[in-house]
Design a protein around this ligand. Structure first.
Ligand code: NAP
Ligand code: HSE
Length: 433
């Protein structure tokens, strides 16, 4: 590329968009050195032109008309940081038809339409990069597709949502209430515009679908990911975790065993000495296990304006280097394998089960014989009286069993006459099973 200004258009000028503008301005010298010319953000699409925005670089023209950005012949690269799926996909398809390269931080879009957009980009000789869509400031997609390209990845496990990690950290360490901490996560710019996607695990599930697709070279869809969020976790659950030496985290796991895949996101108890148990606040961390390399771990801020913007601007640098080398349109990773999923009989885990039981003779024998009938043994068990003197609380950590057996156990526990209710149950990872 000749030494000319690289013109960028933003779709979105919120938390991440403004972070991008700040990085481009603050690190202009270093960026220019790498890409061979100055980078200029020409315009930014917003929804509400009247919104109070404080100070920003007023050379960036704000517009509410997408055509001003995606059809501008001077703009080389579009950075999509507005969110949304259907409408955004149409805008990006249009941008590709205008031969714009794309950077996006949008996991909702990439989990749903990533392969179609990458295909269209290849047809137009354009790039689509999406590093910021998974784990914010951690360069995990590059790590998987480039750094570990020589290896065969068998497992990826981690914390890939900043909002829920922030909430669980504050609930466990500072005993704060779920709703108050969620509001704080929104104020800090970690949460999605509709935080349901964060707290119900959907945001993390989309990220795990993207990671599994790239890591296993298989087309893993969002529907292939088993999802459970954190909204049902109570302070009592967290206290029992602590008492038993565990920490609760929203953990994504993508595992491959003999070509069969298991991808899930759910609240999980980890031994408190586990490295992931010590990832606090909005930080994310991902373990990647490769057959040859063994265990690797990547850690960093998973959300927030500047960390996310760093990933976005790094993608911009990659695209610009591709332009220089004339290799745009080759960023697509076509899957090598089918996404064949494991059955629930094949998925093995330990489980935490908290029961409210009748506090009378014989109850315990009934509960233990049910577990014995399913060949599930206990690793840990505690019983405490509840305020209602007729009931007791029983907390069990099982040894390894299949998810199918665990589900069957829960069904049977729910219908046992000596059990008032199954108060909660969660996966347990990294124990001594
Ligand atoms: P945000 O603060 O809500 O900003 C969204 C921006 O897009 C705003 O400027 C908004 O305009 C504009 N916008 C939204 N819908 C629009 C529409 N239909 N037409 C025109 N403009 C529209 O969101 P964000 O936190 O920056 O997140 C942006 C994207 O990055 C999302 O895909 C998110 O999942 C992803 N992401 C975010 C983070 C993070 O930490 N925040 C991290 C990684 C990835 P107004 O300013 O007028 O409202
Ligand atoms: N809402 C997301 C999170 C933003 O909390 O992780 C980063 O993708």
């Amino acid at each position: 590329m000749e030494r000319r200004v690289i013109q960028v258009g933003l779709l979105g000028f919120g938390t991440v968009g403004r972070g991008v503008a700040e990085i481009v301005s603050r690190h202009q010298n270093e960026l220019e050195h790498q890409v061979g010319g100055p980078i200029s953000i020409k315009s930014a699409l917003v929804k509400d032109l009247q919104k109070e925005r404080g100070e920003w670089n007023e050379r960036i023209q704000l517009t509410a008309d997408p055509a001003d950005v995606i059809e501008d012949p001077e703009i080389d690269i579009i950075i999509e940081v507005m969110g949304g799926i259907e409408e955004t996909k149409l805008l990006l398809e249009k941008a590709l038809s205008h031969k714009k390269h794309i950077v996006t931080a949008n996991k909702d879009l990439m989990a749903e339409y990533g392969s179609s957009l990458l295909q269209q980009a290849a047809e137009h000789g354009c790039d689509v990069y999406y590093e910021a869509s998974v784990a914010g400031g951690i360069p995990i997609l590059r790590t998987i597709t480039e750094g570990l390209a020589a290896d065969r990845i068998t497992k990826m496990m981690g914390i890939v949502n900043g909002t829920t990690n922030y909430i669980l950290t504050k609930m466990s360490k500072e005993k704060l209430a779920y709703t108050d901490v969620l509001k704080e996560a929104q104020r800090l710019g970690f949460a999605e515009s509709d935080p349901t996607a964060d707290v119900e695990g959907l945001d993390a599930a989309r990220k795990m679908a993207i990671l599994a697709t790239l890591g296993f070279s298989a087309p893993v869809q969002l529907a292939d990911v088993a999802v459970k969020g954190i909204s049902g976790i109570s302070g009592v659950d967290l206290e029992f975790c602590e008492q038993l030496g565990y920490t609760m985290k929203l953990i994504g796991i993508a595992q491959r065993d003999e070509g069969r895949l298991e991808v899930s996101v759910e609240p999980t108890l980890l031994p408190s000495s586990h490295p992931l148990a010590n990832v606090q606040n909005e930080y994310n961390a991902v373990f990647v296990h490769g057959e040859a390399v063994g265990e690797t771990m990547f850690y960093g801020p998973g959300a927030g304006s500047l960390p996310t913007a760093t990933a976005v601007v790094s993608d911009l640098v990659s695209i610009t280097k591709n332009v220089k080398r004339k290799v745009n349109g080759f960023a697509q990773h076509l899957p090598l394998y089918p996404a064949t999923l494991k059955t629930e009989e094949e998925m093995q885990s330990q489980f935490f089960i908290r029961l409210h039981v009748e506090d009378r003779t014989g109850t315990f024998a009934r509960v233990t014989s049910l577990f014995a009938n399913h060949d599930v043994s206990f690793e840990k068990l505690i019983q405490l009286p509840l305020e209602n003197k007729m009931l007791a609380e029983v907390v069990i950590i099982t040894h390894l069993t299949s998810r199918a057996v665990y589900k069957q156990l829960i069904n049977e526990l729910e219908t046992m006459d000596v059990i008032e209710r199954v108060a909660s149950s969660y996966r347990v990872e990294g124990g001594n099973a």
